[in-house]
Design a protein around this ligand. Sequence first.
Ligand code: GLN
Length: 542
Amino acid sequence: MKKYIFFSGGVCSSLGKGLAATSLGNLLESRGLHVQMIKIDPYLNVDAGTMSPYQHGEVYVTDDGFETDLDLGNYARFTNAPITRANSITTGQIYQEVIKKEREGRYLGRTVQIIPHITDEIKNRIYAVGRLPDTDVTIIEIGGTVGDIESIPYLETARQMTFDLGKEQVLFIHLTLIPEVGGGEFKTKPTQHSVMKLREIGIQPDILICRSSEMLTADMVYKIALFTNVERGSVISGYDVKNTIYELPLVFRDQDLDGIALKKLGIEAPNPDLRVWERMVDICRNAEETVTIGIVGKYIHLPDTYKSIIESLQHGGIANNAKVELQRIDSEELEDLDEREQKNRFSGIDGILIPGGFGSRGTRGMVQAARYARVAKVPCFGICLGMQILVIEYARNVLGWTDADSTEFKPDTAHPVISLLEEQMHVTNLGGTMRLGKSESHLVPETRIHQAYKSVKIFERHRHRYEFSNHYRAEFTQAGLIISGTTPEDALVESVEWQDHPWGVGVQFHPEFTSSPISPNPLFASFIGAALAYRRNREEMQ
Ligand code: GLN
């Protein structure tokens, strides 16, 4: 069985198409099927690595070191589908491949065109995943909105695949918005128009998922079905969930989205077994304790920049049966505060997280946050740039090297405690100099990080260029900073910890990419555990 489900979006972007697609993936897996997820980004960039967080939110990194759109992170949190570079397609990649073949003379002198050459290349990429021996169903999310010029070749590919393989092999799901206008009236017209747009190019959707604040009424379903030619039973309500996005698979299960999809694809599968998932959602809904985490970063005003970290904090909460509330703290804002004002800013916060990032802006404020957490003994978690900040802060305030810095921020500092490796120093082109993807780290027994992972050997993903400078290792260790993890053979520092502190850990890798609500990353679980202990202590002292 090799089946394909396309997901497109209508009316406007950011409706949660990725979440709907991955929720269906989750439901199919709960019926014992093997699912693959593909995200198509119709932009001309080859990957998301060079894209600004202001435009595109977080860059999600795969095990095999590919920099992708953040939707792949949603796939990884909701499903067990393997996520590698093969699961991320961009128009840039497709054109690059077609032009390469053209230059190699592989089209034998024919005119190279969007149909069939670009569409064939898209099919090749989809089949490369969909025909893998273990795959039953491949879910392909076409980014953007129907009507965009960029997505036309992908919709055309979906149409051709239905034609090539037959109706029972390919399903088309369209997700739209039912907006509410003045007076609380819900409008179906934009949905009708967006389906018309699809039909113009030869696609009749099999299932509609309609986003709205409330469950659709029977009247609305009737009207949508009549105008769009989609069966009434296949018009699904994607209403706003109250507590957590992890409720979504349950919302769709209750309307039998998976059952309808399987019936149309002619697949027989057992009923969904969602017991573990339901238990997890139950904790999200009903956990009694709450813990407040402050994230100190420079992209704090953008909702998606720290997506995986924010989700992983929630997972840490689930592991501890607690709710996690976030306070977003702009690191630049901290820079103008004196010590007392800083203390006030952090009052009520049970744990501080300093996330990854690039460039010097805001780093002074992050160093101040690290200092506050170290001295006031507030649990503190530094991730990638965050670990580098913990090291810089220690150098400045404990070792007394007031000019200590990363050469990323201050190339001529006398104390470059974070710097490029010797072999990277002479490279002028930044491309290809990052440590990317999954690699091994060795942990020192009895450290916090070792207590969290309960293993001396771990695998996590990386995305960074600068390293803890080995030159200063001895001085740091003598001054009390614990080097708690390294790459194999002790080559590079992977994690540091504060001594005599409830929980101060910095890691050079990105644990947020391997966390899911069902299997929270151990570091996030341990950090939230420490923050809860801090909170209880704080309350007892009051
Ligand atoms: N800018 C730092 C580096 O390149 C940290 C990168 C990150 O946080 N992802 O090493």
